[in-house]
Design a protein around this ligand. Structure first.
Ligand code: S5P
Length: 261
């Protein structure tokens, strides 16, 4: 019987979203559960980070709307780097509106996110119409949705009932929802990919409400799968060496989980 602690390869068979299956198989073959949160503000910095850190990661997470010199050439370059280094792209857009509006936000505007991001995330707060709206924009492309179930920030309002309601919404859309942004695995089911931001090598906080846990507390204690790291890597003196440290910590934590099963 497979669970959320089974190995990624086996869990890929249970995930019903092709993008999610692809991510689990990539994590297994590349031996990394590290996602880089590439929170920089110029195209050149983003491309340089993706090229330097790309070999270490399964996912590049972007905030495309903080780039102040955005042109479509940027996302073309990111797709080329994703092929070169074998990572997937997650636009951290955190959609939070009615279905009809998020459909346009996903497919249109200047970013045309649906054309280049393998996956995006959305708040479950508006109800299931947000999932239907986003799904209606993908038009046959392989795309996955991640629901925000529990945030890392101090004082967030996502209590246990909210998390359960988010899981229920995911279960009603298993063909598009591939997992969650969460601090804890939401269920024992092998099909959902639980991704955790607010990760550093040591616990701590920042000045604006962010709370950090370690890779081990996320993966071993809280049962999550992907560690999302931003400033811990990008503000390091040697981001490449730092990414290798996070990769190793995340991967070893995963190996401990599957061997203790
Ligand atoms: O609960 C959350 C959800 C997200 S997606 N907490 C978060 O911090 N994030 C994102 O993860 C946040 O928007 C940022 O891009 C990243 C964390 O960055 P760091 O520099 O604190 O590691």
């Amino acid at each position: 019987m497979e669970t959320s602690r089974s190995n990624y390869q086996k869990r890929a068979e249970y995930c019903q979203v092709s993008t999610g299956k692809k991510l689990l198989r990539l994590m297994d073959s590349k031996k990394t559960n590290l996602a880089l949160s590439a929170d920089v503000t110029t195209s050149a910095e983003l491309i340089s980070l993706a090229d330097r850190i790309g070999p270490e990661i399964c996912l590049l997470k972007t905030h495309i709307d903080i780039i102040h010199d955005f042109t479509p050439a940027l996302t073309t370059s990111l797709r080329e780097l994703a092929d070169k280094h074998q990572f997937m792209i997650f636009e951290d857009r955190k959609f939070a509106d009615i279905g009809n509006t998020v459909k346009s936000q996903f497919a249109g505007g200047i970013y045309k996110i649906v054309e280049w991001a393998d996956m995006v995330n959305a708040h479950s707060l508006p109800g299931p119409g947000i999932i239907d709206g986003l799904a209606s924009a993908i038009e046959g492309r392989d795309r996955g949705l991640i629901l925000l179930a529990e945030m890392s920030s101090r004082g967030h309002l996502m209590n246990v009932d909210y998390m359960h309601a988010t899981l229920k919404m995911a279960k009603e859309h298993p063909e598009f929802v591939m997992g969650f942004i969460t601090q804890h695995a939401l269920s024992d089911s092998p099909q959902w990919i639980n991704m955790t931001p607010g990760i550093k090598l040591f616990p701590g906080t920042d000045a604006l409400g962010q709370q950090y846990n370690t890779p081990e507390s996320a993966i071993i204690e809280n049962g999550t799968d992907v560690i999302i790291v931003g400033r811990g890597i990008i503000q390091a003196d040697n981001p490449q060496a730092e990414a290798q440290k996070y990769r190793e910590r995340g991967w070893n934590a995963y190996l401990r989980c599957i061997s203790s099963k």
